[in-house]
Ligand binder design. Structure first.
Ligand code: HEC
Length: 187
């Protein structure tokens, strides 16, 4: 084997290894997205709060886009506590008012301005693990009824899969209002 053949052999071999690696990566990323879809649409049930309701079903044209920007929301009055009422919800089941204030289900689509488009995987995992807004220490808590306490115990791999799936869905531009405190003022 002369030198030219040898170089050719090494180059071809490296190229093959590279192709195999990238195919493997594309496949594992595809598997991860599939796993994320499974978690989001079945046991995670994210759409039960993050996709607005239209009558008895979910409005799939707003899949995971959060509380619609111009939709009204109910006001909580502390006297309701005596009547045993803790949470009121909008007709879309995406806005929730209680003694904590008002929370609006976030836009989980990858829209850059109004959704998770600018979120990093770390921010997402920190948010679900700590239950703090945007996963930042010192920020307010994420309000009910977002089940952060349950999601906090998911494995890293599952949280990564959910994030990969959310990044892959159709972006929808929908500016969800900021959460309100118990006096009805934005945080
Ligand atoms: C029972 C209702 C409910 C379910 C189910 C739910 N969420 Fe939420 N989520 C909310 C509400 C309400 C908010 C807004 C909370 C706030 O502003 O404090 C929210 C906020 C968020 C936020 C933004 C947190 C922040 O930093 O302010 C993310 C990210 C999120 N949810 C992801 C998910 C994912 C992923 C799932 C499914 C695995 C899910 N949610 C399921 C109700 C829900």
């Amino acid at each position: 084997m002369n030198k030219r053949h040898w170089i050719f052999g090494v180059t071809t071999f490296s190229a093959l290894i590279l192709i195999l690696f990238s195919l493997n990566y594309a496949q594992s990323q595809g598997d991860r997205i599939q796993r994320g879809k499974y978690l989001v649409d079945t046991i995670g049930a994210c759409g039960s709060c993050h996709t607005p309701r239209k009558g008895a079903s979910l409005d799939m044209s707003m899949y995971l886009a959060g509380h619609p920007a111009n939709e009204s929301y109910p006001k909580y009055d502390f006297s309701m506590m005596q009547q045993g009422i803790f949470v009121l919800t909008s007709i879309t089941m995406t806005a929730f008012s209680g003694p904590f204030g008002t929370s609006f289900a976030a836009n989980l689509t990858p829209d850059k301005e109004t959704g998770l488009g600018e979120w990093t995987e770390k921010m997402f995992i920190d948010t679900l693990r700590t239950g703090l807004h945007q996963g930042v220490q010192g920020n307010r808590k994420v309000f009910p009824p977002m089940p952060t306490k349950n999601y906090a115990n998911m494995s890293d791999e599952d949280l990564k899969a959910i994030f990969a799936y959310l990044k892959s869905i159709k972006p929808i531009n929908n500016e969800v209002p900021s959460a309100l405190n118990s006096r009805g003022r934005p945080f």
